[in-house]
Design a protein around this ligand. Structure first.
Ligand code: GLU
Length: 521
């Protein structure tokens, strides 16, 4: 059996803004893969593109992934044997390898200014800086060593370019896509280093760090597949071919309609978040909404994302992080894009909400009640009490237990259960039209007298007694129930009617009946 190398993966975001939900999925798959194989998952911040650096983005990424329960073994926060993990702090390391490539003739120095490059682009259609054009440019291949030195001594800015050899076939064996091959001719002589900020570009820093940090598998989005041949050539040029990591390029997340890549605009257009947490752009003040603030449970987001592009092969949908780790495999990731089905995301949240106890949900609902002026506490109250802003946690728990089936988010509880805390003072017009007829007031008065003789604390017993009474008098069940519900709730919604009566209590239920009769007469 071949020796299994130690599994080490990395999530390597560039702090250029909030982390897109597709990036979260990449982080998740790296995490699942590492944990499944008892390996390490590393967070590396790729911030060498100073022009695109956005303050706050790194902290956002760390905070969002921590909220979701994606934990790193090494990174900017926890440190580790290969620290530092922020590329801007590793400048000197990259410089060594840039110098190595230059001295071995595998890279060269180029002085072309942006204006000169533009001019070439105007002259030559589809201009690419490569083997076919590099000898017409201003670089260390076309200038003498003295001239190059003189330009550098004068402080003229330059870049270092990778010298891509033409007519080579570059093969990548991708764990998701199989063998993919590229012609080196499609590649340009990529910039590896810029003298202006003394920083390497993404490509060089990425390869050097993957090598030095002993990364075994590069798991990243499909958008990086076109960079893979360049990366393979760089590994070879640096003499690291034998320790090259395996690649796995994940499928795109597609728009809900299924055509094209999911973007922030789709979220804005269809009203769902495409970021894990809220974000305000520090320059433009532009706001983007996140799953956390929209009321999602982190487990639901994880479960939802895990199944977007990975198919475990059975129909169990609700899976805990432990189960995801146990079952995850790159082989079962699909090549084709995964349609982003937002309704499915809500469905997952509903499932996780149902799996929580009413006690836990009541705790989460407390804040809403406080914001409405209530004081949830440990008092003994068991029934509705209009004169006291204190409500017992016990009462809240019972209300939640009755409505949780109907909620997707904790924030739905007020809409679903508000009438357990506030007596209705209006009645929904369209329900009144439908359910409150000329004789309804009399009918409700009769019901009032009937209920007054009952105890009302056992929903079952109340229901039996009321049904008996309806049958004896040959009333229409619907006529009684609809008007009764309207009186208690203020509209035609809510859980089982006699559960409502039991929780509100007899006194309050009668009061609400009386109020409806007087108001709607
Ligand atoms: N810094 C790149 C990014 O922002 C990393 C790509 C990779 O994983 O190689 O996604």
């Amino acid at each position: 059996m071949p020796l299994q190398k130690n599994i080490r993966v990395r999530f390597a975001p560039s702090p250029t803004g909030p982390l897109h939900i597709g990036g979260v999925r990449t982080a998740l798959y790296n995490y699942l893969f590492a944990k499944k194989h008892g390996g390490q998952c590393i967070l590396r911040i790729e911030d060498t593109d100073s022009g695109r650096f956005v303050p706050g983005a790194e902290a956002y990424i760390i905070d969002a992934l921590a909220w979701l329960g994606i934990r790193f073994d090494e990174g900017t926060v926890q440190g580790g044997p290969f620290a530092p993990y922020r590329q801007s702090e590793r400048k000197a390391i990259y410089k060594t390898y840039v110098d190595q490539l230059i001295s071995e003739g595998k890279a060269y120095i180029a002085f072309d200014t942006p204006a000169q490059l533009d001019q070439k682009r105007a002259e030559i259609s589809n201009f690419q800086y490569d083997a076919s054009t590099r000898m017409q440019m201003i670089n260390s291949l076309t200038c003498s060593a003295e001239a190059v030195q003189a330009r550098m001594d004068q402080g003229e800015p330059y870049v270092v370019r990778f010298k891509v050899e033409p007519d080579q076939e570059v093969r990548i064996s991708d764990l998701i896509r199989g063998d993919v091959s590229f012609q080196s001719n499609v590649l340009d002589d990529k910039v590896l280093f810029k003298s202006a900020d003394q920083l390497p570009t993404y490509h060089l820093a990425n390869i050097v760090d993957d090598h030095l940090m002993e990364i075994s598998h590069v798991i990243r989005g499909e958008e990086w597949l076109p960079s893979a041949p360049l990366h393979v050539l760089l590994y070879k040029a640096l003499g690291w071919e034998d320790s090259m990591p395996s690649f796995a390029h994940l499928p795109l997340l597609l728009k809900p309609e299924g055509n094209g890549k999911l973007s922030k605009r789709d979220g804005d257009r269809l009203g769902f978040p495409v970021f894990p947490c809220d974000w305000t752009d520090p320059k433009t003040g532009d706001k983007s909404s996140g799953y956390r603030e929209a009321g999602y449970f982190p487990e639901a987001v994880i479960n939802f994302l895990a199944l977007l592009g990975w198919n475990p092969g059975d129909d169990q949908e609700v899976r805990s992080m432990e189960e995801l780790i146990r079952d995850f495999s790159l082989e079962k990731c699909s090549k084709s894009g995964a349609r982003f089905d937002y309704e499915k995301g809500k469905w997952f949240n509903h499932q996780y909400l149902l799996s929580k106890t009413p006690e836990t949900l009541a705790e989460a609902f407390r804040e809403t009640l406080i914001s409405k002026g209530f004081q949830p506490d440990a008092n003994e109250q068991t029934e509705f009490n209009a004169t006291d802003s204190h409500i017992s946690m016990g009462y809240i728990v019972k209300a939640i237990a009755l409505v949780k089936e109907r909620a997707t988010f904790v924030s739905d509880f007020w809409e679903q259960a508000g009438f357990f805390f506030e007596r209705p003072n209006t009645y929904a017009e369209k329900n009144v039209k439908k359910f409150w007829k000329a004789d309804t007031a009399n009918l409700m008065q009769a019901l009032y007298e009937q209920l007054d003789q009952l105890d009302c604390s056992d929903p079952h017993a109340t229901e039996t007694a009321v049904m008996d009474w309806i049958n004896r008098n040959e009333y229409k069940t619907g006529a009684v129930m609809n008007a009764f519900r309207l009186s208690l709730v203020g509209e035609s919604k809510g859980p089982h009617l006699f559960d409502i009566v039991a929780l509100l209590g007899k006194k309050e239920s009668l009061l609400r009946l009386k109020q409806a009769i007087e108001t709607l007469k």
